[in-house]
Ligand binder design. Structure first.
Ligand code: CS2
Length: 489
């Protein structure tokens, strides 16, 4: 007999795995843009627990802006999927019922869903590059192809800013209350940034609408955290073992999860606190802590680890020299942060190192290395500026940035090539092609990529020296040699 597909709850072996509520008796209240593995491991799980604890019409209609993959897996399963948690103490799973369905690569349907009066929140995980926002100018990036296309045809948008603006415009025209917009991406002040982007976009097409959005629409910021590796055939095999059903939409993640949210939801919200979400009036210090410590050390270990031949984060942590550099980075990152009431930064750093060590999570360094130009500013460059200003050592940040530069060369010490997977990959490769293989020239050229490095770093000779020195050692000794030398101090 062939294994049944995870379509109906009653097909699942073992009641303990099922949601503690009947999904179909809860209506949609949220549209989520960018329904990848992270969303399914994080917000959808929080919403599932909130529905179980407090009910409400808060199920999620997912939107994939481009790919059809998730829709093709989830829709035939009525939105159900297995969430697998892996930790040293074992592997557990539960079936999540908070997603109704997924709209794939169909902006018109997405717009209709967002304009639905039942929808009170639109949430997003579209990655740093998905917003089409110029973070320095704090407004739409008009040179972004989707932003430009949406500006030319604002009634039929396909990008984030265009869709949010058009949906809000429809709601205003129909006298429907606006939805709250909640960004769940790893960007500093993600809510305020998105607000500036949407208002800037709306201002170009309809200034009254821009004023209405500014006055009426809430854009709370949030800090999200859960290490979620890419789905592999092993994920699906584990899901099948746990449920007895074939599940093409399963995801796997660590046991840890954190969500800190600004409590500003005029149209209401699910009882996410029942699932452990923390509501605060200002999320900025939490975001800064996570970006600087977790994501900053993640990026460092991804570039250095990948080039040292480590496939997964857990392998990096099993390499004594590199693990020492991760711990050094964590404490240097903690040193540039202001104290945060109720949080012991040293203990937070220790917990992060332990999460990175998790032997049951296969988190690829190559996955984290993606989109460096989008990640560096908030993870490594802003903390480096703070270190410079406070007279603290910049060397750990310079080492991390040098590792990114070395990674930009697109070739390992052994001569294997790999794709950069960065929105600015073509530009980076073109800049590097004309240069000698010489640290100072490479470092200078990459630091001068328009809009990437803050002026405060470009003007600091101490910083520039540290970066080109570290890069020089990586080129001379190879990444493994440079790591060993750096770890000796
Ligand atoms: C990682 C993050 O891929 C990356 O860049 O640093 O996705 C990280 O795993 C999450 O932010 C953890 O919450």
């Amino acid at each position: 007999m062939s294994t049944p597909r995870l379509t109906e709850l009653w097909q699942v072996a073992g009641e303990a795995l099922l949601p503690a509520y009947e999904p179909s008796s809860h209506g949609v209240g949220i549209v989520h843009l960018g329904i990848g593995a992270f969303h399914r491991a994080h917000q959808a799980a929080y919403t599932d627990a909130a529905l179980a604890a407090a009910g409400g019409d808060w199920r999620i209609r997912g939107v994939s802006l481009r790919s059809r993959e998730v829709a093709e897996a989830l829709n035939p399963q009525n939105g159900l999927y297995t969430l697998i948690e892996r930790s040293a103490s074992g592997t557990t799973g539960r079936v999540i019922g908070s997603i109704t369905d997924v709209i794939a690569a169909d902006p018109e349907a997405a717009l209709t869903a967002m304009a639905d009066p039942a929808v009170r929140i639109v949430t997003l995980t579209v990655t740093e590059k998905g917003y089409g926002i110029d973070r320095t100018a704090r407004g739409p990036d008009w040179s972004h192809p989707t932003v430009a296309a949406d500006l030319a045809a604002p009634e039929a948008p396909a990008g984030v800013l265009g869709l949010l603006t058009a949906a809000l415009r429809l709601r205003r025209a129909r006298n429907t209350a606006p939805f709250t917009v909640l960004s769940c991406d790893n960007l500093p002040e993600n809510g305020a940034l998105l607000r500036d982007g949407v208002i800037g976009f709306a201002r170009r097409i309809d200034p009254d609408l821009a004023d209405w959005i500014a006055a009426e629409v809430a854009f709370p910021s949030s800090m999200v955290d859960r290490i979620t590796p890419a789905v592999t055939p092993e994920t699906l095999a584990t899901a099948e073992q746990l449920t007895g059903c074939r599940d093409l939409a399963a995801v796997e993640t660590e046991a840890f999860h954190q969500w800190v949210i600004e409590d500003h939801f005029p149209g209401g919200r699910p009882a996410w606190e029942k699932a452990g979400a923390i509501f605060v009036s200002d999320v900025t210090p939490y975001e800064r802590m996570k970006l600087t410590m977790l994501n900053g050390s993640h990026s460092m270990l991804a570039y250095a680890g990948f080039l040292a031949g480590h496939h997964y984060v857990r392998d990096v942590m099993a390499d004594d020299s590199l693990a020492a550099l991760v711990r050094r980075h964590l404490s240097s990152a903690a040193a540039v942060l202001p104290p945060l009431c109720g949080i012991d930064l040293a203990a937070y750093g220790q917990a992060l190192a332990e999460r990175f060590e998790n032997p049951t999570i296969a988190h690829e360094t190559y996955q984290i290395a993606m989109d460096g130009t989008e990640k560096l500013p908030q993870r490594l460059l802003a903390p480096a500026v703070l270190a410079l200003e406070a007279g603290l050592p910049v060397r750990p940040f310079a080492f991390a940035v040098a590792a990114w530069m070395r990674y930009c060369l697109g070739e390992t010490d052994g001569g294997d090539t790999y794709a950069l997977r960065d929105p600015r990959a073509v530009e980076i490769t073109a800049v590097l092609a004309s240069l000698p293989h010489e640290a100072e020239a490479i470092s200078d050229a990459l630091q001068r990529l328009p809009g990437l490095f803050p002026a405060k770093l470009l003007e600091a000779s101490q910083w520039r020296c540290e970066v080109s020195r570290a890069l020089g050692r990586m080129l001379d000794l190879g990444m493994r040699g440079a790591i060993a030398e750096e770890a000796k101090g």
